[in-house]
Design a binder for this molecule. Structure first.
Ligand SMILES: [Zn+2]
Length: 704
């Protein structure tokens, strides 16, 4: 249903004249429609430039360009048939086969950084400029943008945000199928390029290795193809909706093919700024990991454009503009009810999931990534605290299979495999057997309300029991056993506090999930249900009579929940170093605590791209003096490893060696102030191999 700013506005429909299209395949349905509420503002002429003068030139109405409610320009691609693939290209382009497609609307340009940032409040691009294509977007980022744009225009989102299934019947935006992309790119040509076979003309139509100066360029600077689409042959490669399978063409349906049902890779089409001319051909196919793991294509060469169903409320000139949206003619004919429509997840979706990049989501990068940030923090007030003896020499490890039962759904980065990867790595490296295994205690539930409101605890419990999909924010999915797992995560950390305080172990690491540092007293946030570390601090103070706790938070995100829990408590020194600006938006250097607690909250925001040295500097120059002045009796670490250099969410460059160094500094503080009493708790970290390597480095240092 359409709603919002466009409703009620008069629709203006301008029809183009007809033009001759010289092409090898006929266009069965050149007439298509414009969605209700859309104002058609652009008419472009067709420079029908087919190279085969000898072939009959079917007459068709030229495709029309429209402006959507949010200002994107789209071209109404007519229904028709074309020859997909190539007989002269790479093996995966064969066989050449005829495909028929229904009409659809396609963006005239690649989605720009300005368009993307408007909806996502983020710009992950490397080559920054508002009118350049957005890049460094994963397949999931692109799909989520489609959903956000749909919602913004009052359309039905196409993507299921838990399973990544595409509903082709929805009237919202989605990525083009591979067939739609190639059909639109060819614009009637059956040659290597939309303009013909002569590679030398490519410079007029595309930004690629020969002319792009090793970067993206503003969209729509080169000539469009015959249907008015810009940059189809270059600038950035574009995600398609389809899974990639090299042999797919051998069995592809002839009508509206939607790609293989399952697979690890997704299709990229079109050349990019770093492509050779051959890589820019209309038929060139690339299969890429949807989340860039093992990416063979540079991340900053990958973008996308959107399509949406054509609808018929304005199918006739001047007609139907006020009527309800309907499907054009046979727009859905040929698309069978989706194979996995009500079943299991459509296909492997191994990395960044769809809950991805929404505004206010933990996934969000930021438009201001390049902005530098000052280091902040003041030494906290000094007090003396007793230190108890501990004869323990071992490092404890908290882990339980119960943590695997918090099911976040396919594709979510905060997944059970994170813990499996850690445990397997520790075992393979011979470290596991040297650690003292600790099990979660049974009494955690009663301690939840030291930080959270009783109403919130009940809210989480009831939501999980009732099978609610997400809790409080779209990026925080829950399952029926999430409550149990989250309570056990708290229980694990409390068990570690007990073990450390009672001298059973010298220090401990808790491999728990869900993470906790974004959880507020009455709200779930950023994958976090209960604030494990904050509850552990309160627990240590009440149960073990610890007067002062230092919390060190090196997760790439600011621990807003933890800071809020102790913002007016001078007995908790909270130190956070994090990427900024970034999710959740808090953590500027001027956030120092309130009232008596001023100076006990220390934030060191660092710009994206910061690495080992920047972190080490913050720890040595800011944390160490503040901590030694504060003299904690227990050190808790919110140990997120999403500042790792290849993390899926963070944009920092910390290495396992860097984390070992941070561990060394924090461990030295604990040994100096409180006989080494330190409990480290897993927060983020989403690159499985990197997470495991960082945890190994962390534990090796803790256990030295
Ligand atoms: Zn994080």
């Amino acid at each position: 249903m359409m709603s919002g700013r466009g409703s009620g506005a008069p629709s203006v429909v301008v029809w183009c004249g007809t033009a001759a299209l010289g092409c090898a395949w006929r266009f069965a349905q050149p007439r298509a429609a414009v969605p209700h509420g859309t104002i058609i503002v652009l008419v472009f002429t067709l420079a029908a430039s087919c190279h085969r003068a000898e072939e009959p030139a079917p007459v068709a109405e030229s495709p029309k360009a429209i402006a959507t409610k949010t200002g994107a320009e789209m071209v109404l691609i007519p229904a028709g048939r074309f020859g997909m693939g190539s007989t002269a290209g790479r093996p995966d382009e064969a066989p050449l086969h005829e495909v028929s497609l229904d009409a659809f609307l396609m963006d005239r340009t690649e989605v720009t950084q300005e368009q993307y940032a408007k909806l996502v409040a983020a710009n992950p691009s490397h080559f920054k400029a508002p009118d350049r294509p957005v890049e460094q977007v994963s397949w999931a980022d692109a799909a989520m943008y489609c959903n956000l744009r749909s919602r913004d225009e009052g359309l039905d989102p196409c993507y299921d945000e838990k399973t990544a299934k595409c509903n082709f019947r929805a009237n919202g935006y989605r990525l083009p199928t591979e067939a739609e992309w190639e059909y639109a790119c060819r614009a009637g040509s059956d040659d290597a390029y939309s303009f013909g076979a002569d590679e030398r003309q490519l410079k007029q139509f595309a930004w690629y290795a020969e002319n792009a100066s090793k970067k993206t360029q503003s969209v729509a600077q080169k000539k469009p193809n015959a249907w008015g689409l810009f940059d189809m042959h270059g600038n950035v490669a574009e995600w398609c909706n389809d899974v990639y399978e090299p042999g797919y063409y051998r069995a592809s349906p002839a009508e509206n093919p939607t790609g293989p049902a399952d697979g690890e890779k997704y299709v990229l089409r079109g050349g990019a700024w770093n492509s050779t001319a051959g890589g820019c051909r209309a038929a060139t196919r690339i299969g890429e990991d949807p989340g860039f793991q093992d990416a063979c294509f540079a991340r900053d060469a990958i973008g996308f454009r959107c399509v949406r169903r054509a609808t018929d409320d304005a199918a006739a000139p001047g007609g139907g503009a006020e009527g309800p949206e309907k499907t054009v003619g046979n727009a859905l004919r040929g698309i069978p009810p989706y194979r996995h429509f009500n079943g299991t997840p459509r296909r492997a979706f191994p990395t960044a999931g769809l809950p991805g990049i929404a505004q206010g989501s933990i996934f969000a990068a930021t438009w201001l990534v390049g902005q530098s940030a000052p280091t902040g923090g003041q030494a906290a007030r000094a007090t003396q605290g007793p230190a108890s003896n501990s004869s323990a020499t071992k490092t404890g490890l908290v882990y339980s299979d119960i943590y695997l039962r918090h099911n976040t759904g396919p594709g979510h980065p905060e997944r059970p495999q994170r813990l499996t990867a850690i445990v397997q790595r520790l075992e393979a490296q011979g470290l596991l057997s040297r650690l003292e295994r600790l099990a979660p205690g049974a009494s955690a539930e009663q301690w939840l309300t030291t930080v959270h409101t009783p109403a919130y605890v009940e809210h989480v419990r009831a939501a999980c029991r009732d099978g609610v999909a997400t809790l409080d924010s779209r990026d925080t999915p829950v399952s029926r056993q999430s409550y149990e797992a989250a309570v056990a995560a708290v229980g694990g950390v409390l068990a570690a506090v007990d073990a450390v305080m009672e001298g059973k172990v010298r220090n401990a690491f808790c491999a728990v999930r869900p993470p906790g540092h974004h959880a507020m007293k009455d709200r779930a946030m950023g994958f976090c249900l209960f604030n494990n570390v904050a509850i552990a601090a309160r627990y240590a103070m009440k149960k073990h009579h610890v007067k002062k706790v230092l919390i060190v938070d090196w997760d790439v995100h600011h621990g807003n929940g933890t800071q809020a829990a102790f913002n007016d408590d001078p007995n908790v020194l909270y130190f956070s170093v994090h990427q900024h600006p970034f999710y959740p938006g808090t953590g500027t250097a001027d956030e120092k605590g309130e009232g008596k607690a001023i100076g006990t909250k220390i934030n060191v925001p660092l710009p994206a791209g910061s690495g080992d040295e920047d972190y080490q500097k913050a720890f040595e120059r800011t944390l160490r003096p503040a901590a030694l002045a504060f003299q904690p009796e227990l050190v808790l670490v919110s140990a997120g490893f999403d500042a790792y250099e290849h993390d899926l969410l963070g944009r920092m460059k910390v290495t396992p060696r860097g984390f070992a160094e941070l561990t060394r500094i924090v461990k030295a503080i604990a040994e100096r102030c409180c006989r080494g009493r330190l409990v480290s708790v897993l927060e983020g970290g989403y690159n499985l191999d990197g997470l495991a390597a960082c945890v190994e480095a962390h534990l090796r240092t803790l256990s030295q």
